[in-house]
Design a binder for this molecule. Structure first.
Ligand code: NAP
Length: 295
């Protein structure tokens, strides 16, 4: 069925009983979540709909109050509200507490619970789509922003043997290291200077390289590393999902195992879906519609 017919069918299915979910962010125009969440609801013939809401910083509190006032079932939270939303929630789970960021809200009879599904989504993607088992592995993360925090915490929980953080602004890498030490006192995180990424030995002994930076989102971004540092046993994961990055291109050319951020996007969305509905998300259907959007 073509897209306009699918959209029409979806809108015609909305009725008084329909449960509303959606995303709050600024910008939200390019969000892919409405595409795959609505397809998932349709595929399972569920009486749910997912709507993007453009919420400016100054309107966040009103928007969160609106979740209760309008009986919205669930909301995803994206840039720039992931941290600032926490103070408006009634309860947060352990992940949100550790990361200081929430990306999912569940409304249970006017009681708002906050979750962070990024770490779990990353891990499910790596394991299910990449066939990669993290336990005992040596990992290097490029980046020290919100996504790096979520991924690093998840990987330590999954018993990796070593974690190195490398960020353009070294102070932020050190903050991440300190944060992880507080949360996981038994685990020692290393940091490495950003310039060292040009050294031949940079990824020696590393099993998994993760680009958790925004580098690669724009065409013409200088590749985050040079191809000379990659080695044949490396798994490359790039969280960027809006285009094929130079890093993914290098990994592909060298015949390495790799995944791009679309896979994580789907799985973190699948975890949100399961929180709102209590049902297993139809991941294959979600994937199908997202990849067709990006072609
Ligand atoms: P963030 O908190 O703003 O952090 C951005 C990070 O990227 C920082 O470490 C920053 O370094 C680094 N960075 C930005 N531009 C760079 C460049 N040109 N070269 C090197 N480093 C650069 O952002 P975030 O929320 O963590 O998001 C990071 C990426 O993850 C984005 O591409 C986002 O789309 C993606 N993401 C993907 C998913 C998914 O499901 N696939 C989910 C969430 C986020 P400095 O500290 O030096 O500024």
């Amino acid at each position: 069925m073509d897209e306009s017919k699918r959209n029409y069918k979806m809108i015609m299915n909305i009725k008084g009983t329909t449960k509303i979910t959606g995303v709050f962010g600024d910008p939200v125009e390019h969000s892919l979540s409405p595409v795959f969440q609505n397809e998932a609801f349709q595929a399972l013939k569920m009486d749910y709909v997912y709507i993007p809401f453009l919420v400016k910083k100054e309107n966040l509190k009103k928007a969160v109050d609106g979740i209760k006032a309008l009986n919205i079932r669930g909301i995803n939270i994206t840039i720039p509200h992931k941290s600032s939303v926490i103070k408006y929630l009634d309860e947060i789970d352990e992940n949100v507490e550790i990361l200081g960021a929430a990306n999912t809200i569940l409304n249970e009879d006017g009681f708002l619970k906050g979750f962070n599904t990024d770490g779990k989504g990353f891990s499910m993607s790596l394991n299910k789509d990449g066939g990669f088992v993290s336990k005992g592995k040596k990992v290097l993360i490029l980046g020290a922003g919100g996504t790096a925090y979520a991924i690093a915490g998840q990987l330590i929980r999954e018993d990796i043997s070593r974690l190195v953080v490398c960020n353009r602004t070294n102070e932020k890498a050190i903050l991440l290291k300190k944060h992880l030490k507080k949360v996981f006192p038994h685990f020692s995180v290393e940091t490495i200077d950003f310039e060292k990424r040009r050294h031949k030995e940079f990824l020696k002994d590393v099993d998994l390289l993760i680009n958790a930076t925004a580098c690669g989102m724009k065409e013409g971004n200088e590749p985050i590393i040079s191809k000379e540092v990659l080695h044949k046993d490396l798994f490359v994961y790039d969280v960027v999902y809006n285009r094929k990055t130079e890093l993914i291109d290098m990994a592909q050319t060298q015949g390495l195992k790799y995944l791009n951020g679309l896979s994580m996007l789907i799985y973190q969305g699948a975890v949100s879906f399961e929180i709102w509905t209590g049902l297993k998300a139809p991941v294959e259907i979600m994937k199908k519609y997202v990849s067709s959007k990006l072609q």
